[in-house]
Write a protein that binds this ligand. Structure first.
Ligand SMILES: [Zn+2]
Ligand SMILES: [Zn+2]
Length: 291
């Protein structure tokens, strides 16, 4: 027999993990986005309120993605409803101050990257805890509100997070606020079955958030949501963290390198020499690989 409480959790109850990019270098440059940080926050606050109003069992967790660190800043399950905005804004301020204090360098080349891999991992840890809490839990999804450019140094960590999300069947939605597309987030949404969107008019951000990203997983089956126009599948090499079009791949562990190496730095497999067509060399190559 189904317990009565089970009926309260229909398939459209959502756990929304929102990752907010707080990179100060991104928000302080008017060239990178047409939206100010305070405007951005007011759009997001209205959106979070509307998600919580849609269903009394909906839950929202906000994670700040900083330049040096990331942290949970808001959890609707543990904060009183009447102080929602105050709690979130106060925690946000504390986070931004802490993130700034951790800065070791005074000047950063360009606008830098924020720690997307870190906040994705934190979101997945939270979701994992929810999954283990029992059979009665809301449907989780992750929404990345991201503006900073991709950090090629985070490539492996981000891809690992994406594959974990895919395994957990948690979609990663992406809303890109910067001028450039994000290859990381294109891949994240494509692989996990989430929605990727780069809004044309950031003044209407709330509109995009509520009509596209406010939809729960159950309703998505009946809606026409934005389809990806193209996905940048390029990878970063493990040796220099450069984004490459073509490269060498270790046949054992699938690590990617931009040039030929004697040995795989990840799994230690010995590669033989660079390609030549002479048969004697290929024998020798096989020998090297065997030992
Ligand atoms: Zn390289
Ligand atoms: Zn390898």
């Amino acid at each position: 027999m189904t317990p009565v409480t089970q009926k309260l959790y229909t398939d459209d109850v959502s756990l929304l993990m929102v990752l907010l990019d707080t990179n100060p270098f991104f928000w302080s440059t008017s060239k990178s986005t047409s939206l100010s940080f305070s405007n951005f926050l007011s759009h997001v606050l209205a959106f979070l309120n509307s998600v919580l109003l849609l269903n009394q069992f909906n839950q929202v967790v906000v994670i700040a993605t900083g330049f040096n660190t990331c942290d949970y800043v808001y959890d609707s399950s543990s904060s009183p409803t009447n102080q929602r905005a105050e709690t979130l804004l106060r925690k946000f301020e504390e986070f931004v101050v802490k993130d700034e204090q951790l800065s070791k360098e005074d000047s950063v080349h360009g606008i830098g990257n924020s720690l997307l891999s870190g906040s994705l991992s934190m979101a997945l840890c939270y979701i994992q805890r929810v999954f283990r809490s029992g059979s009665l839990h809301p449907q989780p999804r992750i929404l990345c509100l991201h503006g900073s450019p991709d950090g090629p140094g985070q490539y492996v960590a981000v891809m690992n997070a994406i594959f974990s999300a895919q395994r957990l069947m948690v979609p990663i939605d992406s809303c890109v606020l910067g001028v450039q597309h994000s290859a990381f987030l294109q891949q994240a949404s494509y692989i996990t079955g989430g929605v990727y969107l780069k809004p044309q008019q950031l003044d209407g951000l709330f509109q995009y958030l509520s009509t596209v990203f406010g939809t729960d997983l159950h309703s998505r089956r009946f809606l026409q949501l934005p389809k990806p126009v193209g996905v940048d599948f390029r990878a970063s090499c493990f040796c220099h963290k450069n984004t490459i079009d073509m490269g060498y791949i270790c046949s054992v562990c699938l690590s990617i390198f931009c040039k030929h190496h004697k040995k795989c730095s990840t799994c230690g497999s010995v590669f033989g020499q660079a390609q030549t067509n002479a048969p004697s060399t290929s024998n020798q190559k096989r020998k090297t690989a065997d030992t």
